[in-house]
Design a protein around this ligand. Structure first.
Ligand code: PLP
Length: 429
């Protein structure tokens, strides 16, 4: 599979953009090699500039749950664009999407739209500090909540791939207020809260972690967080930027039946356009400007194109049988992959919650960042490139989740499993 054009475009990009990319993981530092430059995408497939076709399990890192360029989204956007692309003034579209979100997430009585997941979590934390008058926050090792200063401590995703659990340019005064606990370790969390609970403004968590690979919450973990935060007066923030409308229509909070104080959304609610949102209890959200003293604003926030794509996406996701279908395709895929690995005696753990999954090359259960890091990196690199050359596009890092969309077919699943079987055969030779 030739990638000469991608190689040329990558060289040119590197001269004018750090690493040649707009977001670090895309540079393939975790796996080496040349990233395919993408020319177009349709349904479950993407094509690079050399004309190679891939089955796509990245799905723009989560938003593409309907598949790429869904005809109804394209039609809605074509219609909307004729009316202008941004007004910096209120539109009915925002109220419509906010109402849909509040309907699907009963814990969210009011919503504020922003432009990315990073803005959503950053703003939710400011709000939690504004509401409580407290400084400290708690996060969990391996959870990524975007790149705001106070959250870029022991973050997963690209930061983990690059071996930079934190970042240069962040001052100690900022991160000294961030307490880091171990994911799925309720007693560790309880001890931290015993020591600092009264100073903690909020606890932010990915209710299904997706940025150290996919790591589900252990039985009782989320409920424990809920009970302990309630006692201490800290707000519980579910970062559902990845899990929202992904693991269930009502996100992880519906799946595990836990009501957080604040929720952050992104990815799917923008239908592939840049969007984030945070929301929660009305009395908290009424502290946000212009009603309250917690300032937060945005020139392009509530952008009419993004709202249009979001509304149409959620409409399509609310049709009967959608999440059952996602579950069926996803389980057929991961069960088939596991069968191959087991047949060839390749140590593996495949974690999956709904249409979000990842493969770890380890013999032990993966329940937190330490166990995720036991993944065999060199094996993953070989596996990744074998699949890429076989027309299967996975995220170029073991610390990322993969995603199935409604556009993935039985044929896609069969082809993916066939390529993995070929890899397993070469691996065992
Ligand atoms: N929170 C979670 C759980 C995420 O997975 C991400 C991005 O992957 C973010 C926040 C940041 O979102 P964005 O990249 O839109 O800033």
């Amino acid at each position: 599979m030739g990638r000469d054009k991608s190689a040329g475009q990558f060289e040119r990009a590197k001269r004018v953009m750090p690493g040649g990319v707009s977001s670090p993981v895309r540079a393939f530092n975790g796996v080496g090699g040349i990233p395919p430059f993408i020319a177009k995408a349709k349904g479950s497939h993407i094509w690079d500039v050399d004309g190679n076709e891939y089955i796509d399990y990245v799905g723009s890192w989560g938003p593409a749950i309907l598949g790429h360029a869904h005809p109804k989204i394209v039609a809605a956007l074509n219609e909307a664009i004729e009316n202008g692309t941004s007004f910096g003034a209120p539109t009915e579209l925002e109220t419509e999407l906010a109402s849909m979100i509040c309907g699907a997430y009963p814990s969210m009585e009011m919503v504020r739209f922003v432009n990315s997941g990073t803005e959503a979590t950053m703003s939710a934390i400011r709000l939690a500090r504004g509401v409580t008058g407290r400084s400290k926050i708690v996060k969990f090792e391996g959870c990524y909540h975007g790149h705001a200063d106070s959250l870029l401590v022991k973050a997963g995703s690209g930061a983990a791939t690059c071996g930079e659990p934190t970042s240069a340019g962040i001052i100690e005064e900022t991160v000294k207020h961030t307490i880091v606990c171990r994911y799925n370790d309720l007693s560790g969390f309880e001890n931290a809260m015993k020591a600092h609970g009264r100073e903690v403004a909020c606890v932010i968590v990915e209710p299904v972690a997706g940025n150290m690979g996919c790591v589900p919450p252990a039985e009782g973990f989320l409920k424990g967080l809920r009970d302990i935060t309630k006692k201490s007066g800290a707000l519980l923030i579910f970062d559902e930027v990845m899990t929202g409308f992904r693991v269930a229509f009502g996100g992880a909070q519906e799946l595990y039946n836990i009501k957080p104080d604040l929720t952050c959304l992104g990815k799917i609610i923008g239908g592939g356009l840049p969007v984030g949102a945070y929301g929660g209890r009305r009395d908290f959200m009424e502290k946000v400007s212009p009603l309250g003293p917690v300032y937060q604003a945005g020139t392009l926030s509530g952008n009419p194109l993004a709202m249009t794509a979001g509304i149409k996406t959620i409409e399509l996701l609310s049709e009967p049988g959608v999440y059952k279908k996602l579950e069926e395709i996803s389980s057929a895929l991961t069960d088939g992959i596991k069968e191959v690995f087991d047949e060839f005696k390749i140590p593996n753990r495949i974690n999956r919650v709904g249409a979000m999954w990842s493969i770890f090359f380890t013999g032990r259960p993966v329940t937190d960042f330490v166990s995720a890091a036991e993944n065999d990196g060199p094996k993953f690199r070989k596996f990744f490139h074998f699949l890429l050359d076989g027309g299967i596009y996975l995220a170029p890092s073991p610390f990322e989740s993969a995603f199935v969309s409604l556009a993935h077919s039985k044929d896609d699943v069969r082809k993916t499993i066939d390529v993995i079987k070929l890899w397993a055969e070469t691996e065992k030779k």
